[in-house]
Design a protein around this ligand. Structure first.
Ligand code: FAD
Ligand code: SF4
Length: 508
């Protein structure tokens, strides 16, 4: 009997479990562009365009390979508007009742499919190094889940950068050689740009008409939209940027949006690139002597370490994870996150490049937009929805643990052992943003004091009970405790005033 094989917009891999378990001669591939998926958060237009274009091209590839594909376009008048709705419609057309699906990377959609009256068969998404069961087994019985130990297991499992049972070079982690401040005159390569072809143009017109009002510039659109182009982007990264990846991984430079980053997360997350193959290519470049060990190890750790780890956390923690709010933060997300004017150069630059490219690198997300939201006590669910909307690589399984956990500490310490907070000094050390800022990073109080300086102490003071005994935060509290009481009171009062002005909608 005919079965339906559901392929979602972030499942565009030829090795997808639902495809490898299906029968090309008998089963029908169902793919659908639906309003619910396009609108559950106000996605950046570039993100919508990437997913829809890549879906159309992948459907064409499957058809060329002999699959029967039932594809629904967003503007199809028959479109039911949701994945379960489209499955029902196709089921009636084909006289089918069974659906094969690779488990989605989002609880919301898993729940919607579970509620379908059709027979939905969930298959594990095996495009990851660690299965959900592997992660659960690793996590079971551990008091704390720390990425570094999980990562070592993944190195052993994949044999990446291993010499026998020992890490290549003798160390698991070369971060002491990474994270340099950016020197003047860095000249990083731009990621390759792929001019829109006819399929892309059609999607761009559709997205402009339907989602042109969303935050974000649709054009110029230059993303890779099929596996071949994504491979070209990877080649370009390995040859031109990877050698400096480790050194300047945490650097931020005005006007240089990509520095030495790979800019491949969206390709990995929708299935155009395979994570293990990417890491093997990086290891080969190191073994050939083309890149230093700190760059290769640091990069591989991001993928088989962090990327796998956060996915494990997302599924282990369950559907309520995105609503956690361990620190009780409830301030509304200020309009500056949607591009309203701000005098803070770091935030203005991070948000502006997000608007232009649907991209910001890790430290911009963690130590600028994330750090500010955490210090200012913004409601973590609003912060989560913002990240989910504005980045082209944002899918809940990877975005939520990074935002709710790593960046906002709203999970109470599942992902990180301490909150990622800093005053302006860190941003000043790792970027040139402060040079063009209306505030002074050196000023600790007064009208021109950097808001990060004020809010840093405000955060520590208001969460003293929770964090004072954290061994990794003892120094911060000792410094705060040694400060003159009048100065402490002034800092707290100025921080309150700043937050009040921000919440009242004033330009801050
Ligand atoms: P590079 O810096 O070149 O790193 C290489 C690859 O490593 C990335 O492509 C990515 O696949 C992987 N990687 C690196 N760090 C992480 C991480 N912390 N978690 C998972 N994978 C990682 N990444 C997403 O893919 N989607 C998201 O929605 C997302 N949201 C984030 C939200 C916040 C608040 C923070 C702090 C980080 C988030 N990240 C997310 C992680 C990271 O910022 C991006 O993966 C990275 O910036 C993508 O750019 P790149 O491809 O140039 O990465
Ligand atoms: Fe950001 Fe403060 Fe530096 Fe301005 S002075 S760019 S607000 S860290």
């Amino acid at each position: 009997m005919t079965r339906m094989v559901l392929v979602l917009g972030d499942q565009l891999s030829p090795v997808l479990a639902a495809l490898t378990h299906a029968d090309k001669d008998r089963d029908i591939v169902v793919m659908a562009e639906v309003t619910v998926e396009a609108e559950y958060v106000p996605h950046h237009p570039k993100k919508i365009a990437l997913v829809l274009t890549a879906m159309r091209k992948f459907a064409a590839r499957l058809a060329d390979e002999g699959w029967t594909v039932a594809y629904t376009r967003l503007d199809d008048p028959e479109n039911e508007g949701s994945i379960p709705g489209e499955l029902l419609r196709r089921a009636q057309e084909a006289g089918a009742s069974d659906v094969l699906v690779t488990t989605p990377g989002e609880w919301r959609l898993i729940k919607a499919l579970r509620a379908s009256p059709l027979e939905v068969h969930f298959l594990a998404d095996d495009r990851f190094v660690a299965s959900r069961a592997d992660f659960e087994a690793w996590a079971s019985g551990r008091k704390q889940l720390r990425m570094e130990y999980f990562y070592r297991e993944m190195r052993r499992k994949t044999d990446l950068m291993m010499d026998g049972d020992q890490p290549a070079g003798g160390k698991w982690n070369y971060d002491v050689d990474n994270r340099k401040a950016p020197p003047k005159g860095l000249n990083p390569p731009e990621p390759p740009q792929f001019p829109p072809d006819q399929v892309t143009q059609e999607v761009l017109d559709l997205v402009e008409a339907r989602f042109g009002e969303n935050f974000g510039n649709l054009r110029p659109f230059w993303f890779a939209t099929d596996a071949q182009q994504a491979e070209m982007a990877l080649d370009h990264f390995i040859t031109h940027a990877l050698p400096n990846f480790g050194d300047y991984q945490d650097a931020m430079v005005s006007g240089q949006q990509f520095l030495y980053h790979a800019v491949i997360s969206s390709y990995l997350n929708i299935g155009l690139l395979d994570p293990l193959t990417v890491c093997q290519r990086v290891e080969a470049a190191w073994r050939d002597g083309a890149v230093p060990i700190n760059a290769a190890e640091g990069f591989i750790r991001q993928i088989i370490g962090w990327r796998e780890f956060v996915r494990g956390i997302y599924f282990l923690q369950g559907p309520d994870y995105v609503t956690r709010n361990a620190l009780g933060h409830d301030r509304a997300l200020p309009a500056l996150y949607w591009g309203a004017e701000t005098r803070m150069s770091c935030l203005s630059q991070a948000v502006e490049q997000t608007r232009e490219e649907a991209y910001a690198h890790h430290i911009q997300r963690l130590m600028v937009t994330g750090n500010f939201a955490l210090l200012a006590g913004i409601d973590p669910e609003e912060v989560h929805e913002w990240y989910l909307a504005v980045y082209a690589d944002a899918f809940e399984w990877v975005e939520a643990p990074n935002t709710v956990g790593m960046s906002q500490f709203a999970d109470g310490g599942v992902v990180g052992s301490k909150p990622y907070i800093s005053s302006g000094a860190y941003i000043n050390r790792m970027s040139d943003y402060c040079k063009s800022c209306a505030y002074s990073v050196a000023a600790k109080t007064g009208n021109d004091a950097c808001p990060f300086n004020l809010l840093y102490w405000h955060f520590l003071d208001r969460h003293k009970l929770r964090f004072e005994t954290n061994p990794r935060m003892g120094n911060m509290y000792r410094t705060w405790g040694r400060m003159d009481p009048d100065k402490r009171a002034l800092i707290l009062a100025e921080a309150e005033q700043f937050l009040g002005r921000m919440s009242a909608g004033e330009v801050v």
